[in-house]
Structures are given as structure tokens and as C-alpha cells.
Design a protein around this ligand. Structure first.
Ligand code: BMA
Length: 309
């Protein structure tokens, strides 16, 4: 049974829709703002480094791109030093009446995570670099737990396969109490590495975490999407991890492109009718969307699950 139904007019956004020069449009964070959809997408420039562009939509399917990029690597100060190679893979969380944006900041020092915020999607303020080098995929929960912000992330390690961790912060700047909560499983579709995808979606049975898992083949890595369910009051506790993937590269625009065989999500938007719009980058080249029933994704975690670690 297919849990995610691809939109019939995928891909929904490509470089041809962007009024400035880019080579790709992919790995976008998506949210709702004043009744319409905001897509913050990553694009490679022709120098191979990435910027973040903004697009708007009334229905979540047809997007129109702004005339100029929304964020480019900073030109001065501490952020310039750590963003020199580009900014990538934004995630958006709405909390305390503002939108938090986490993004990968690349430089000669490695990859770390930047945090910025906006209230109006016109101006944006960088807050802090919230990890050291060799972290990616930071997603912040849209609620606090015992007064603390919580996030999932994915540090690199040479000893253990790359796994999902949780940590907490009183102020969004200083993070601690970190713990590993979910690992890849050997000879499974996510055996090589996993990472948080969309910021977790609150459901009545728990926080739904759509993550990516990578499998190594003779023809390179295959990126797929899966789901895990975290306890509502304590997201460090995982109730279940769906054993099967929910989406894998199958369409030509997912199989062929800048990096082949990739579906990679940075955002999903829950709707009032119990469906979820999941957005993903296809082959690191185009943006796609599909819909799923939230209850079916939750059921997969509850009824056909594997151990988190
Ligand atoms: C990951 C990140 C993503 C990318 C994926 C597939 O390591 O770089 O931005 O979509 O690889 O290439």
C-alpha cells in the first residue's frame, strides 16, 4: 500500500521557475503564514554553493518565487566565517509567534547549524550558530518541554553509524543534555545513516518524525523517507519506528538529477482534514509534494515497528 500519494503535477518547482540564476531547487522547509504557504528552498548557484530562496502559494501546490534570494551566505562577522561555502537544507518551526529557521552552514571548518528567525518573511535575523562542526539536520519542536526548547539532530561519527540525537535549550542558543535516541538498523533500508527530516508534527498519539534513511549500493547511496513516533510529553522516548519506508525514489525526477536516487524532506504541513502535505527534493534538483493520511503514518509506527536503537 502506498502511504504517500505523489501530486500529479510533480515536480512543483524547478530552476525554470526561479527568476535568478540557479542550477537546482530542492530540500525546502515549508510552513503556513497568514493563510498561505511559504517555501524556503535550497538552490545551488553555478559556483556549486547554495543559497536559500523563497516561494509563496495559496494551495500548497503551485508556488511563485520571489525576485531575489531570501538568504545568502553572510558577508561579515561570525556567520560569514562559517557560511563561506554556502547555506543548505532549511527547516522551519513556528513557536512563540515567530518562525525559527535552522540551516546547514558550510565552510572550510566543516558543516554546522545556523539559527535565524523571522516574523514576516520579509526580514530575517541570524541568532546563533547552534552546533559545532559535523552536525546536520537540526529540527526544533514547535512546543517546549518542562520549559525547554527541544531539537533532534544528527552528528557525524566514525565509530557509530550516523544516528538521531535529542538535546534541549532554555534560550535556543545553548543546548545540552544530549542523548542518542535512534540508530540505523543493519541490512535495513536505513542501514548506512539516518537524519531528521521535517520538524516533528504533533498528533494525538505522539510527535510524528519524518526522517531520511540511506542505503549504500554498488551504484551509490539511495535516500528514502521513514517515520517514527515520539511521546507527546517526552520526545526522547520513541513509541515506535515504522519498519518500512514511506517513500523511495521512483519517478524519473527522483532517480535522475544532480544526485541520483534521492528523496529528501525538510518540511511537511498538516491540514485540518487529517492529511499531511510532505515536501521533498527529488534527486537534489527539483521540489515535489505528496499527501499522506497522518493516521496511517502513525499506525505504521504503532503496528509495524522496529526498535529505535
Ligand atoms: C545529504 C545532504 C542533503 C542531500 C543528500 C543527498 O548528505 O547533503 O542536502 O539532499 O545528501 O545528496
Amino acid at each position: 500500500m502506498e502511504l504517500v500519494t505523489r501530486y500529479r503535477n510533480n515536480p512543483i518547482l524547478t530552476k525554470k521557475d526561479v527568476p535568478y540564476e540557479v542550477a537546482t531547487v530542492h530540500n525546502a522547509g515549508v510552513t503556513k503564514y497568514q493563510g498561505h504557504y511559504i517555501m524556503l528552498f535550497r538552490s545551488h548557484r553555478h559556483n556549486g554553493r547554495s543559497i536559500l530562496g523563497l516561494a509563496h502559494s495559496k494551495d500548497g501546490f503551485q508556488f511563485k518565487v520571489d525576485d531575489k534570494p531570501f538568504m545568502e551566505p553572510a558577508r561579515s562577522g561570525i556567520f560569514a566565517e562559517y557560511e563561506a561555502f554556502g547555506i543548505e537544507d532549511p527547516r522551519i518551526t513556528y513557536i512563540d509567534d515567530e518562525y525559527l529557521i535552522t540551516y546547514s552552514a558550510y565552510s572550510q571548518h566543516g558543516v554546522r547549524i545556523g539559527l535565524a528567525k523571522t516574523k514576516d518573511w520579509k526580514s530575517v535575523e541570524r541568532i546563533a550558530l547552534i552546533t559545532e562542526a559535523d552536525y546536520r539536520n537540526v529540527v526544533i519542536f514547535s512546543e517546549k518541554f518542562d520549559g525547554l526548547y527541544a531539537r533532534l539532530d544528527r552528528p557525524h561519527s566514525e565509530i557509530s553509524p550516523w544516528s538521531i540525537w535529542i538535546s534541549y535549550s532554555p534560550d535556543l542558543r545553548y543546548w545540552g543534555a544530549a542523548r542518542l535516541i535512534m540508530k540505523p538498523v543493519q541490512y535495513h533500508w536505513d542501514e548506512m545513516k539516518i537524519g531528521p527530516g521535517a520538524p516533528p508534527i504533533k498528533t494525538d498519539k505522539g510527535w510524528l518524525n519524518i526522517y531520511h534513511g540511506v542505503y549504500p549500493t554498488m551504484d551509490g547511496s539511495v535516500y528514502r523517507l521513514g517515520v517514527a513516533l515520539h511521546e507527546l510529553n517526552d520526545p526522547s522516548q520513541i513509541i515506535g519506528v515504522g519498519d518500512n519506508w514511506i517513500l523511495q525514489p521512483e519517478e524519473p525526477y527522483e532517480i535522475t538529477g544532480y544526485v541520483h536516487n534521492v528523496v529528501f524532506t525538510c518540511g511537511a504541513v498538516p491540514e485540518e482534514d487529517g492529511t499531511l502535505k510532505i515536501y521533498w527534493g527529488g534527486a537534489d534538483t527539483v521540489m515535489c509534494v505528496g499527501t499522506a493520511r497522518i493516521s496511517e503514518l502513525v499506525d505504521l509506527c504503532l503496528t509495524n515497528s522496529r526498535n529505535p536503537v
